[in-house]
Design a binder for this molecule. Structure first.
Ligand SMILES: Cc1cc2nc3c(=O)[nH]c(=O)nc-3n(C[C@H](O)[C@H](O)[C@H](O)COP(=O)(O)O)c2cc1C
Length: 171
C-alpha cells in the first residue's frame, strides 16, 4: 500500500470488537514504533500496553473514550530522558511521543485493525490509575481492536480544509 492510500484509509475507528489481538501483532506494532525518529535519538517514549477487563477499568478512570477496546497503548515520554531545546527549554518529548503515536496509528491501520487517537483524558487520573512514575508523561491513549461490522469513518474524516488555508507558500 502506498503511503497516500494508507493516510487516506486511516480513520478514527470508534467501534471496536472485543476479538483478541494476537501477540505477534502487538509485538509488530511495538517494533514499528521503535523505528520512529526522536529528537537527538534520545528515544524517550515509554509505551504501556494494557489488556483485558482490568485495563478497561483503568483507562475508564481517565476517559470515557474506550470504544469497546480491550487492548490499549498508552504513549508516554520520560521527561528525564527527552531532549530539551537549549533556546527556550522546550521539551521535545511531546514531539517524540506524537511521532511514535503516528507510527502506531498507521501500522494499526495497515494491519486492518482500528484505533482512535485519544487526547481527551485526565492525565492525573490516568497517572494515578496506572501508577505511572512522575517522570512518565502520558500523551495519547490508543484503544486498539478489530473494527466491528458497523464501523465507519465519521463525517469529520472527509472534512479537510483546502490547501490554500493550510499552506503559506513563501516561494
Ligand atoms: C491529537 C488528537 C487527539 C484526539 N483526541 C480524541 C479524543 O479524545 N476522542 C475522540 O473521540 N477522538 C479524538 N481524536 C480524533 C479526531 O477527532 C479525528 O482524528 C478527527 O476528527 C479527524 O477524523 P479522522 O481521524 O477519522 O480522519 C483525536 C485526534 C488527534 C490527532
Amino acid at each position: 500500500m502506498d503511503f497516500k492510500q494508507l493516510a487516506s484509509d486511516r480513520y478514527s475507528c470508534r467501534k471496536l470488537s472485543d476479538r483478541k489481538v494476537d501477540e505477534k501483532i502487538i509485538r509488530h506494532l511495538l517494533e514499528v514504533q521503535r523505528l520512529a525518529p526522536t529528537a537527538c535519538n534520545n528515544q524517550p517514549q515509554r509505551i504501556y500496553v494494557l489488556e483485558g477487563d482490568e485495563a478497561v477499568r483503568t483507562i475508564a478512570k481517565a476517559t470515557h473514550y474506550i470504544f469497546g477496546a480491550k487492548l490499549f497503548f498508552v504513549v508516554c515520554y520520560d521527561k528525564e530522558a527527552s531532549w530539551k531545546r537549549k533556546f527556550d527549554g522546550f521539551d521535545g518529548g511531546i514531539m517524540d511521543a506524537v511521532i511514535v503515536g503516528c507510527h502506531l496509528d498507521f501500522a494499526i491501520t495497515e494491519l486492518g485493525l482500528g484505533t482512535c487517537w485519544i487526547g481527551s483524558f485526565d492525565p492525573a487520573a490516568l497517572s494515578s490509575a496506572m501508577g505511572l512514575p512522575d517522570n512518565h508523561i502520558p500523551v495519547a491513549i490508543f484503544p486498539v481492536g478489530y473494527p466491528t461490522e458497523g464501523a465507519r469513518p465519521s463525517k469529520a474524516h472527509r472534512d479537510r480544509k483546502p490547501l490554500d488555508q493550510l499552506v503559506i507558500d513563501h516561494r
